[in-house]
Design a protein around this ligand. Structure first.
Ligand code: ADP
Length: 474
């Protein structure tokens, strides 16, 4: 594994070691994996300057060149998916099979961006005046600063870097300090793909310091962030100082609604997929399960049978379905949500056991009350709280009764209801009889306090370009 560890900063296409280091630990074992270089103000400055110089060249590259570089990077990611998967499992904890899927999922964003790079076409508008022509060209927004989380340490990186590069931007990336190793491995693959000097730069260190530098620096024209709503608000407020473009993928509190007319097998399978991926540490995972009262007991019992079969353990063990939580505070938050719900009247229906270290037994809570903390906060753990509702109006009211608006899911066989709910749910993404949403070709993102902008799909690329209009008189 040692040969796959890149632990320096990546600035101007060179590895830069610093004296100050921070430690990355394996959440399954608590053991130290590596010491990683910590960027101080000089390194942050060098990374931004490197991207600034690279941008001047890259913005004039041909669409074909941008496409080909991304294709090469994509091929290398796929060819090294096992190395990436091992790094992901080691630093993030998720089961190895899930980690390998993440590597392919990460590659899919690069492939999509490579294809889109050649389709950022401008337009000619029929003019309002004689002897004139109006052109609109889409130009890269400039140097992009990206900040990514630990829960998808590879996919969240490519989801930002690839469209930025496709659009003609350069990048400074700050991955999560909990999971920088897989991002740095992506830089190694970018070197193999012969990316131009300085096109991508990767730094880690004091996240507040780096965030403040990114937001206040005039050379950076765009901030793209995935993480908590708390930090997203700081970045948005601070970006006002230099009036940057900002894209934010923030927290969710997804309702997962099962109506009495749903196909229960499908709903259960969808819920298992949606709830327990990455031990429940995904922003689109079901945070509030709403089950119609008439099927409540049967649904809960069948769900319990399925959850009881999940194996918790080290992600490198092939029997593992659920790895550790990312760290102790992640586990303690999930535990606090369980305790709070029970204190307010919920039943601990299954699990809840502290399995030591960062491990928590998957947990089902039934008869959860609407004042429970987990109605307001994202749990980010393997905790499945089941609420009940009487009719559609109540389900919709409860689903929307949150400041978040990322994803929602519902299962029903009533086609009229499907159309009603598609309109009434206040979210950016809906799974209708489906527990899976994300893909490279769809616009991923939320409304309300879940974020601004979209990643992926056709809209994804437009987050990294500006429309430039020209009036031509002849
Ligand atoms: P989570 O709670 O899921 O870890 P965070 O929003 O804290 O979400 O972290 C997501 C990313 O934001 C990480 O890369 C983290 O280092 C970074 N981050 C945390 N605090 C700040 C900050 N004040 N400014 C900029 N980035 C930050």
């Amino acid at each position: 594994m040692q040969e796959n560890l890149f632990t320096d900063l990546f600035i101007n296409s060179k590895w830069v070691k610093t004296n100050k280091q921070y430690v990355v630990t394996n959440p399954a074992t608590g053991q130290q994996i590596a010491s990683v270089s910590h960027a101080g103000s000089d390194e942050i400055e060098a990374a931004i300057q490197s991207a600034t110089v690279a941008f001047k060249v890259w913005k004039n590259s041909s669409a074909k060149t941008r496409c080909e570089k991304l294709q090469k990077w994509c091929q290398l990611i796929i060819a090294h998916k096992e190395q990436l998967a091992a790094l992901i499992t080691m630093e993030c904890g998720k089961p190895l099979k899930e980690a390998a899927n993440e590597a392919l999922y990460a590659a899919s964003f690069v492939e999509w961006a490579a294809e889109q790079a050649r389709r950022i076409d401008g337009v000619i508008i029929d003019s309002h005046m004689p002897n004139t022509e109006i052109n609109v060209a889409y130009e890269p927004v400039g140097v992009v600063a990206a900040i990514t989380p630990w829960n998808f340490p590879v996919a969240m990186v490519t989801r930002k870097i690839a469209p930025a590069i496709a659009a003609g931007c350069s990048i400074v990336l700050k991955p999560s300090e909990l999971t920088p190793l897989s991002a740095l491995y992506l830089a190694h693959l970018a070197l193999l793909a012969e990316f131009p000097e300085g096109l991508i730069n990767i730094i880690g260190g004091d996240s507040a310091e780096i965030g403040a530098k990114f937001t206040h620096d005039e050379r950076i024209r765009k901030i793209t962030f995935t993480g908590s709503t708390r930090v997203g608000k700081i970045l948005l407020a601070d970006s006002a100082s230099t009036l940057k473009r900002v894209s934010l993928e923030l927290g969710g509190n997804a309702p997962f609604i099962i109506f009495e007319d749903a196909d229960m097998d499908e709903a259960l399978a969808g819920l298992m997929q949606c709830k327990f991926r990455n031990a429940g540490q995904t922003c689109v995972c079901a945070n509030r399960i709403l089950v119609q009262q008439s099927i409540y007991d049967e649904f809960a019992a069948r769900f319990k049978n399925m959850v009881a079969k999940l194996n918790v353990g080290n992600g490198f063990d092939e029997n593992t379905n659920i790895g550790p939580l990312i760290n102790l505070s992640g586990k303690q938050k999930a535990q606090a949500h369980i305790k709070d719900a029970v204190n307010k009247g919920a039943t601990l229906y299954f699990g809840g056991e502290d399995l030591g270290g960062n491990f928590l037994q998957p947990t089902i809570l039934t008869h959860v009350t609407d004042d429970a903390l987990l109605c307001r906060e994202e749990t980010f753990g393997p905790v499945a709280p089941i609420f009940s509702f009487i009719d559609e109006d109540e389900a919709v009211y409860k689903a929307n009764n949150t400041k978040f608006g990322l994803a929602a899911y519902f299962f029903t066989s009533d086609y009229k209801r499907i159309h009603r709910l598609k309109r009434s749910l206040e979210v950016g993404m809906i799974g209708v009889n489906s527990g899976v949403l994300s893909a490279e070709n769809v616009p991923f993102g939320g409304v309300k306090e879940s974020g601004l902008g979209r990643e992926g799909g056709k809209p994804g690329i437009y987050e990294f370009v500006e429309a430039k209009y020209t009036m031509n008189k002849f």
